[in-house]
Design a protein around this ligand. Structure first.
Ligand code: HEM
Ligand SMILES: Nc1nc2c(c(=O)[nH]1)N[C@H]1C(S)=C(S)[C@@H](COP(=O)(O)O)O[C@H]1N2
Ligand SMILES: [Mo]
Length: 581
């Protein structure tokens, strides 16, 4: 092995095993360590039965045909025709707002543009743990929806084994376990989408445009029913000049903008440990899996909305609709269509470009994401998680992840000896470098906590963790004023070669729930969960909690360690470094 550069030689000797990582994804290497694995058509669980969701297609087709037949019969009834005459679709008491101003047309385009990337990145995130649950413990078999086969019972099945790949035109970037990059896309575009949404909200209310979107009369309900009957009977209401929406349209738009979008933002944020842990009972009721499932149902609503909305643009008067929304004019000519075509062309080009670009410039995507949203996301680290759970919340199952044990003769010998030879080395920028034996650690003050583990991939689990509070160790070794971070080195190597490590800011170390755990659920920590010692840091995602701890080094900076991103997954899988969400 080549000698480490001078800067690294001043680090703990284990730093010599940290490996650099490329700026792009090397497909052959990526596919070797996590070969492609296809998802299946989603299956939904009803009781003990698993049903293929494709059944929804014939059922929906049959329902649609019946609906049309019923609606057409209804329209033969004089009372119904009276009702439709009285409530033609547009509520008469609703004020008319003529014209779509330029800002609105631009924002409509941006919203559409952002939405596609958000949704594709979202599906990619989901593909990393293709199961949805209503319960926090994610026990295999208890999911209500899965995009993969049942978890095999005959072998150890890790969360990484469970990830599936997607075609590159669907997910961003499509590769199996590319969640790190998908999250940068999801979060950065979410940010732009939210800024666009807030600006839209403000502009809506400083102009009179809000009166078109907000129902201002109860008449909207009978009018919505009337519109629904008219559409269903395939005898559409006459086109409106778009100064007022019909009831169904207005309720749908209102729901999408004022309810679905905010709920989506809230359920997104609630999936991270920072918000979930902070919000007490709310975070427990809307726990990670509930938030994740609602977030997914929100996603389904947006897919449905976009599909139906898109179809209606075409079938209710393409010329008029594109004139209004893309050219902002009332005209008998095809003025808006060219704009519409250009807008769609931009979207298609960006769509096709996104995945190859992400693979080729993975580090750039990571850095851009960090630039756009990293600081804002990191802010949530300031939220002290305080939420602890009770014995009855402890999960019956806790997904294992990645390697199940460090693959070294030294580790196996140590394990065979009951860790009598184990030493935790603590050094770097400290006044008192120390080595602690397992017995030393166990003689220190012991703290227990029942907390939720949030893996980046999407699963969670509750366990009782016991061990030495990190702040106690900090007091013993006394970091110097220069120390800003601590590097946690593992005894294990990562999938891509090179030693597993994570860098934490001092604040995390002083947190009252940061623990060097040697027990899980009142039993000695099992090998696959990090025996003899693993980190617990409850305001971060799971990958930040190094298992099989070998050494802790206090440093001023981490740019010269590994690929300089602050951790193994940050280096090799383009994850973010501060991960409270
Ligand atoms: C500001 C708004 C949003 C925020 C803050 C947000 C946040 C999140 C977060 C934190 C995750 C989980 C990531 C992980 O654990 O690795 C996620 C996943 C996801 N998001 Fe969003 N999201 C937002 C908007 C949207 C929108 C508008 C859609 C679609 C219309 C969407 C679709 C998805 C999907 C499909 C997933 C994967 C779901 C899963 O794994 O359960 N998100 N989002
Ligand atoms: N050394 C080492 N530590 C690690 C990992 C790893 O692969 N190697 N995986 C991380 C990830 S991604 C998660 S989710 C948790 C999983 O902890 P568990 O196996 O106890 O569930 O450990 C983290 N610590
Ligand atoms: Mo993880």
């Amino acid at each position: 092995m080549a000698t480490a550069p001078a800067s690294v030689r001043t680090h703990d000797p284990l730093a010599a095993d940290l490996t650099p990582a490329g700026a792009r994804i090397q497909l052959d290497e990526w596919n070797r360590y996590i070969p492609p694995r296809r998802p299946i058509v989603p299956h939904i669980r009803i009781g003990h039965r698993w049903i293929n969701v494709l059944w929804a297609v014939p059922i929906a087709a049959a329902a649609l045909i019946i609906l049309i037949a019923v609606a057409q019969e209804l329209r033969q009834i004089p009372a119904i025709e009276d009702f439709i005459r009285r409530y033609p679709g547009v509520a008469q008491a609703q004020p008319a707002v003529p014209g779509f101003p330029g800002w609105m047309r631009l924002q409509h385009f941006l919203n559409m543009f952002f939405m596609y990337f958000i949704m594709r990145a979202g599906i990619q995130i989901l593909a990393d743990h293709p199961r949805l649950y209503w319960n926090r413990d994610c026990t295999p078999g208890t999911e209500w929806l899965r995009f993969s086969h049942p978890v095999p019972a005959y072998r150890m099945w890790t969360a990484k084994d469970d990830a599936v790949s997607l075609p590159g035109w669907l997910g961003i970037p499509g590769l199996r376990h590319s969640i790190g990059l998908a999250r940068w896309w999801h979060f950065s575009v979410n940010f732009l989408w939210t800024v666009n949404g807030v600006a839209f909200f403000v502009l809506l209310f400083v102009t009179d445009q809000w009166m078109r979107l907000v129902p201002l009369t109860w008449e909207v309900f009978p009018n919505a029913l009337s519109t629904a009957i008219q559409y269903a009977s395939l005898n559409f209401p006459p086109p409106e000049p778009w100064s007022r929406f019909n009831g169904l349209q207005q309720l749908t738009y209102f729901f999408t903008f004022f309810i679905a979008a905010p709920v989506q933002i809230a359920m997104g944020l609630l999936q991270g440990p920072a918000f979930s842990n902070k919000l007490g009972w709310l975070g427990r009721v809307l726990n990670r899996q509930v938030a994740r499932s609602i977030h997914f149902l929100g996603f389904c609503w947006f897919v449905f909305f976009i599909a139906v909305h898109g179809v209606f643009v075409f079938i209710t008067g393409l010329r008029q609709n594109t004139n209004h929304m893309f050219a902002g004019v009332e005209s008998a000519h095809w003025v808006g269509l060219p704009y519409f075509i250009v807008a769609m062309a931009i979207i298609i080009v960006a769509w096709l470009w996104a995945s190859p670009f992400t693979i080729k410039h993975a580090r750039l995507v990571q850095k851009t994401g960090r630039f756009v949203i990293g600081g804002l996301k990191g802010l949530a680290e300031r939220w002290d998680p305080t939420s602890e759970l009770t014995e009855k919340d402890i999960s019956p199952h806790h997904w294992p992840n990645q390697h199940l044990l460090p693959d070294s003769p030294e580790y196996k010998a140590m394990l065979a000896g009951g860790f009598a030879d184990y030493r935790l080395r603590i050094g770097g920028l400290v006044e008192h470098p120390q080595e602690f034996s397992f017995a030393d650690l166990k003689a220190m003050p012991k703290q227990s906590q029942i907390t939720t583990h949030f893996c980046i991939q999407g699963w969670s689990g509750v366990a009782k963790w016991s061990g030495v509070p990190m702040r106690h160790i900090v007091e013993l070794v006394r970091p110097t004023k220069q120390a800003r971070y601590a590097v946690f080195y593992s005894m294990a190597f990562g999938d891509d070669g090179g030693r597993y490590y994570e860098v934490h800011p001092m604040k995390n170390l002083r947190h009252k729930l940061t623990l060097l755990a040697y027990e899980m659920n009142d039993e000695p920590l099992r090998v696959m969960h990090g025996a003899p010692l693993r980190l617990r840091c409850e305001n971060e995602l799971g990958f930040r909690m190094v298992k099989w701890l070998a050494a802790i080094e206090f440093v001023h900076d981490y740019a010269d360690l590994g690929a300089g991103q602050g951790g193994y997954n940050d280096d090799h899988e383009f994850y973010g470094h501060r991960m409270p969400i």
